[in-house]
Design a binder for this molecule. Sequence first.
Ligand code: ARG
Length: 266
Amino acid sequence: MKTFLMCEPAHFDVSYVINPWMAGNEGRVDKRLAARQWENLYGILSGKASVRLIEPVAGLPDMVFTANGGFVCRNHEVIVSSFRHPERRAETQYFSEFFACSGYRVTRLGGGIRFEGAGDALYDSGGQVWVGCGLRSDVGAIQEIAAIVPVRVNGLILVDPRWYHLDTAFCPLANGCVIVYEKAFSARSADEIRKGFGDRAIWVSDEDANNFACNAVNVGNDVILHKASGELKAALEKNNFNVIEVEVSEFIKAGGACKCLTLELG
Ligand code: ARG
């Protein structure tokens, strides 16, 4: 059974702007609705996987996005985040404590390299790692991660501030599939994805990308996401996936959806 980490939205809000989705949404989160949406996601995920919780901290509104706590490597080592924006840097201490107490070896990339955890580093079903950089994580993170994990590490360049983390535009699934939004990537990186996934790449429309359809959680055959078009549902079903839509509109005001609210621990 997979295990995920989540963080209750007790202190969630949009109180600063560090990505384009947050602009104009400061103070506009419906807290009661956010709590209900989070509980719903938590309930659904708990039925399919084991879910652990990290204590939310006052003054750290984005800590709900546990995907950015760190990158959990498959050798019980965690590379904790070195956040680009000062607003999120204090989260690292709390996530580091959680991982250390849970028996993980905790590492941080050296040389002042920015790296935002599982927002920007993802395993595919073949065991390779894909790292997104250029916006939040530095290009230098690719080599550093390659020195830590004993598998092939593929670097991808993100080019559009709306798709600032890899997991907003790229979601490797079981069976060698990936949900992906082409416009988030440099032309060369889009080619790399084409080469790596071939006809198992499910390319999404602008509409699906804007609905954070690439920000999905895959557990077995289930793909949990905010919203998918009929076309995307059909493509996923053709590949034997079962689509579960979970509304997370309040979190999209902060630029995150289902996948960002979870961190796969193993
Ligand atoms: N407001 C947060 C930020 O800009 C959202 C993070 C979403 N997380 C993710 N893994 N994409 O950092």
